[in-house]
Design a protein. Structure first.
Length: 431
């Protein structure tokens, strides 16, 4: 198998994991400058709202020669990411890229506010490797091996969860020389030890910056992060020492044995209702409004998706057998984003449904005293035969006349006499 074939297999592996976890709509595999030189910009681009992830994938075979392997994989990947970022964000001309299932589109460089850089190195049998690197303009790059990428993206399978991890990881390890040893201690032969010593002499220079050596896998570090309320080992924050050794071996294995972790994963199964709703009901008709709505919904992390999904399904069960022309409503605010549920009778005229849903959104704005700066509507009818969904953005207080009209409509409809707001009392990891 030649290097091109191995490269394609590696990219397909990474793409499939990303598609399944983050939804394919936001993933651009092997994007090219369609109106320019047609050269591949990077291996995978993830563009989610104002957030950009640039991923370089390397799938060279490791032949127990560390310095050569790092040159052929990591060094090349660093250059690719640096070049991709410059092309996408510093080019004097507009760059046009293409999603496999859509037409050519302009890359929105003016919208990008956050950039994350990731190298996924798929070579197996590597006993140590740099934990992070920098581009030549000193931008942080996260390095992950095959198992680390697969585990992290599967465990943190929303873009918000994944980016929170990458962001905190970068904040903590920036300006530090970190190395990770994912293999077992007995799996460190003499020749590897010799090469590690040479690598250490070259890279561990306390006078330049703090050196950190981590014994364990990246998912051992992930386990520590998750079980300690999404924080990393405290000693890494210390600037008292030039060098730090952290032993995390077995942390991931022990983490997976915990009862609370198993219960959390079981409860999270409900959250995928929201993911599927976006795929089937929102992204089935691509336009500017549907993309904005899908992005707003998928901006919730896995835990909040679970809360929203569970409450929506409970809400539906409460009203699925109701009779008459009654529109049921429920609302909650998630840090400035309102979620409005509605259930309407199957035979209610569509124009009436739409009017009532509009009044419902406006009324929650008024009666919550404009607590939410945006609102997401999820409405359905019996047997989920139809969904009506929408996004209300940049909410500002209505004029006094408009508020008066809304209150009159609400009084006429008899609403808010039994106003229901669902409460967020769940814990991510049950006691």
């Amino acid at each position: 198998m030649n290097s091109t074939e191995k490269g394609n297999i590696g990219e397909d592996f990474v793409n499939e994991i990303a598609f399944n976890s983050f939804i394919e709509h936001w993933c651009y595999p092997s994007p090219k400058d369609e109106n320019g030189d047609k050269k591949e910009i990077c291996d995978l681009l993830i563009l989610f709202g104002d957030k950009l992830i640039i991923i370089s994938v390397k799938n060279y075979e490791f032949k127990d020669f560390y310095s050569r392997y790092f040159r052929r994989t990591i060094d090349k990947a660093v250059k690719q990411i640096y070049g991709a970022e410059r092309k996408l964000l510093k080019s004097k001309t507009d760059i046009f890229i293409k999603h496999p299932k859509r037409d050519i589109e302009k890359f929105p460089k003016e919208k990008i506010k956050e950039i994350y850089r990731v190298i996924v190195n798929l070579g197996e049998g590597v006993r140590f490797y740099p934990f992070n690197k920098e581009t030549k303009d000193e931008k942080f790059i996260t390095l992950l091996d095959k198992e680390a990428f697969q585990t992290i993206v599967s465990e943190l399978d929303t873009i918000p969860d994944f980016l929170e991890y990458l962001g905190k990881r970068e904040e903590l390890f920036a300006n530090k020389t970190a190395t990770i040893m994912p293999g077992e201690e007995e799996d460190f032969p003499v020749e590897t030890a010799k090469q590690f010593f040479e690598y250490s002499q070259k890279n561990f220079k306390p006078a330049d910056n703090q050196s950190i050596l981590i014994s364990g896998t990246e998912h051992d570090l992930l386990a520590h992060y998750l079980k300690n309320e999404r924080t990393f080992p405290e000693q890494i924050n210390s600037d008292e020492f030039n060098g730090i050794f952290i032993q995390l071996d077995g942390t991931w294995e022990n983490f997976n044995k915990r009862k609370q972790v198993k219960q959390k994963r079981e409860l999270d199964r409900n959250s995928y209702f929201l993911d599927e709703l976006v795929k089937r009901e929102v992204l089935n008709n691509i336009n500017e409004n549907s993309i904005e709505l899908a992005t707003a919904i998928m901006s919730f992390d896995r835990f909040n998706r679970r809360i929203i999904s569970e409450n929506f399904l409970q809400f539906y069960d409460s009203y699925k057998n109701s009779k008459g022309n009654y529109l049921a409503r429920r609302y909650a605010d998630f840090n400035g984003v309102g979620i409005v549920f509605a259930f309407y009778p199957e035979k209610m005229p569509q124009e009436m449904v739409n009017n009532l849903l509009s009044i419902a959104l406006d009324s929650f704005c008024v009666y919550s005293n404009y607590k939410s700066k945006s609102m997401i509507l999820i409405a359905t009818t019996i047997d989920f035969k139809q969904f009506k969904m929408g996004l209300m953005k940049d909410i500002e207080p209505f004029s006094k006349d408009v508020e008066l009209e809304i209150r009159k409509n609400v009084e006429l409809l008899g609403w808010f006499k039994n106003h229901q707001e669902f409460k967020i009392t769940n814990k991510e990891y049950p006691d």
